[in-house]
Design a protein around this ligand. Structure first.
Ligand SMILES: C[S@@+](CC[C@H](N)C(=O)[O-])C[C@H]1O[C@@H](n2cnc3c(N)ncnc32)[C@H](O)[C@@H]1O
Ligand SMILES: O=C(O)C(=O)C[C@]1(C(=O)O)C=C[C@@H](O)C=C1
Length: 244
């Protein structure tokens, strides 16, 4: 696994964070060291996706990066039939994803799509995964996409949404941030690397509160919402489209 040294260089802070080739190359190390419970969240997403998937429908992985969810799901599925559409607008990420699929049996069950998730058509979905993706969309586009996800889901279908959230109370937001930066420091990032990344993510990753997410999910039509994992900022929601 290539080590993430991106924010060791001075020039890294001067441009906004992007999912370019340098980030794609170190992505696994970056996520392991920057996202608490990343593995645990993925494992639960795979189990829930398997539990709710309905034959004849699709799984959409929106903002799939280089395929940790899809590759894991494929390996766990064995010979079982399923259909997944994995979407990302980062070419370098999808190139790695394609390579990972090319050495695996039955990978035709996953279709890669280099598109913007705000414009792709979606239909007949029983599972939609958005793992740390919605937070990168402009705020003004978030209601619309969650509404489209709801409409694309069959009754009984689910959205698995993981986001970096921020507490609405300034004191508790500080505690969240302190704990998070402690996590990064314990994983070997220097305070300079941490502050450069914070700058690069400004206005790129815009976190919202738990209340904002609950409100949006409710407005879209999801009446059943559970938080199945949480580590300060990092929050995983299961939203179910009720059967009529
Ligand atoms: C933090 S990563 C997601 C991690 C991934 N879901 C996982 O579980 O490993 C965010 C991804 O969203 C993608 N992304 C951001 N905005 C997008 C958009 N508008 N359309 C498509 N992909 C987008 C980025 O290219 C990036 O790969
Ligand atoms: O907020 C931060 O500092 C992060 O590093 C978070 C985060 C994310 O939540 O997606 C940002 C970018 C990278 O994809 C990995 C982690």
């Amino acid at each position: 696994m290539e080590v993430d040294t991106i924010f060791r260089s001075e020039e890294s802070a001067s441009s906004p964070f992007a999912f370019n080739a340098s980030v794609a190359a170190v992505f696994d190390d970056m996520l392991k060291r920057s996202v608490p419970l990343y593995r645990e969240a993925l494992d639960l997403q795979m189990k829930l996706a398997d539990r709710f998937y309905l034959p004849g429908t699709r799984i959409y992985d929106l903002g799939c990066s280089h395929g940790n969810f899809g590759v894991g799901f494929l390996e766990a599925a064995g010979d079982r039939d399923f259909s997944m559409v994995a979407v990302d607008n980062s070419k370098p990420m999808l190139e790695i994803y394609e390579k990972r699929l090319s050495v695996r049996r039955g990978s035709g069950r996953i279709q890669l799509c280099c598109e913007d998730i705000t414009t792709i058509p979606m239909e007949k979905a029983s599972v939609v995964v958005m793992n740390l993706t919605l937070q990168f969309l402009p705020l003004a586009m978030r209601d619309e996409i969650i509404g489209r996800v709801f409409n694309a889901l069959v009754p009984g279908g689910i959205l698995l949404l993981t986001e970096k959230v921020v507490h609405g109370d300034a004191f508790l937001a500080d505690i969240q941030q302190e704990s998070y930066y402690g996590f990064k420091a314990a994983n070997g990032y220097s305070s300079l690397e941490i502050s450069r990344k914070r700058e690069a993510l400004e206005n790129v990753l815009v976190p919202e509160t738990l209340e904002d997410h609950h409100k949006r999910l409710g407005k879209a039509g999801f009446s059943m919402v559970e938080i199945y994992l949480k580590w300060f900022h990092f929050t995983s929601f299961l939203a179910v489209k009720e059967k009529k």
